[in-house]
Write a protein that binds this ligand. Structure first.
Ligand SMILES: [Fe+2]
Length: 212
C-alpha cells in the first residue's frame, strides 16, 4: 500500500490488510510527532503563546513565510522519500493555516483599511491556485510522477506570493502606512491559528482512532 501525504485524511478501506493498517498507524503516529517538532511544541505552551501574541500581524506572517521557504529549500535537496514526504506534509499543513488566517483575518482588515481592491483580489486568486496544488500534493506520494515538480512549483508560487506581500510598496508596507492596528491584528491571527492547529491535531487523532 502506498501512503500519500494526505493519507491521514482518507478512511482505511474495509478490505485493507493488517500490514496496511499497521503502516497507516505508524505513519499517523510519525505525522503527529513531526507536527509537534516542527511547530515547536516542545516549547512550553505559555511561552509559545506569549511569544505569538507579542508579534504584530506583519511579523507573524513574515515568520510563517520564512518557515515554509526553509522547508522548500530543504525539499529541493532531499533525496530520501520519507524526508520528502515529511517536508511536503509540513509545507502543506503550514500553508493551509497561513492561507486561512490571511483570508479570514488579515486580508479583510487590509481591504477595509486601504480599499486596495486590486491587491486584495490578486492575493486571493493566488491563494486559490495555491490551495488547488496543495490538494493535489496531499493526494500524491514522493514516488509518483510529478510529485517533485508539484512541490517545486508550489515553492515558486509561494516565492511570488511572499514577494508581493513583502516588497517595498507591497501589501505589508501599505498595511503599515494605513496605520492598521497590527498588534491587535497579530493577536487575532495568533489566536485563530492556534484554534485551527488544534482542529488539525484533533482530526488526526480521530483518524487514528478510526484506523484502530
Ligand atoms: Fe502570506
Amino acid at each position: 500500500m502506498r501512503l500519500s501525504v494526505g493519507t491521514l485524511r482518507q478512511p482505511i478501506p474495509l478490505h485493507a490488510d493488517r500490514t496496511a493498517i499497521r503502516s497507516r498507524l505508524i505513519y499517523l503516529a510519525l505525522t503527529l510527532l513531526r507536527s509537534a517538532c516542527f511547530s515547536n511544541s516542545f516549547m512550553p505552551t505559555s511561552s509559545k503563546s506569549t511569544r505569538a501574541r507579542q508579534r504584530d500581524a506583519v511579523s507573524l506572517l513574515r515568520a510563517e513565510h520564512q518557515e515554509v521557504r526553509e522547508w522548500f529549500e530543504q525539499f529541493k535537496n532531499a533525496t530520501d522519500e520519507s524526508r520528502q514526504s515529511s517536508l511536503a506534509h509540513n509545507i502543506c499543513d503550514a500553508l493551509r493555516l497561513h492561507t486561512a488566517i490571511e483570508e479570514q483575518i488579515f486580508y479583510p482588515a487590509f481591504f477595509e483599511a486601504t480599499e486596495e481592491k486590486a491587491i486584495h483580489q490578486a492575493v486571493e486568486v493566488e491563494h486559490h491556485a495555491v490551495k488547488e496544488l496543495i490538494a493535489e500534493i496531499e493526494q500524491s506520494t514522493p514516488s509518483a510522477d510529478y510529485f517533485r515538480a508539484k512541490v517545486n512549483v508550489l515553492g515558486e508560487m509561494i516565492k511570488h506570493h511572499v514577494k508581493e506581500e513583502e516588497k517595498s510598496g507591497g501589501m505589508f508596507a501599505k498595511a503599515k502606512k494605513a496605520k492598521m492596528d497590527l498588534v491587535a491584528l497579530g493577536r487575532e491571527l495568533a489566536e485563530r491559528k492556534s484554534e485551527l492547529e488544534s482542529k488539525q491535531k484533533e482530526s488526526r487523532l480521530i483518524a487514528m482512532r478510526e484506523a484502530l
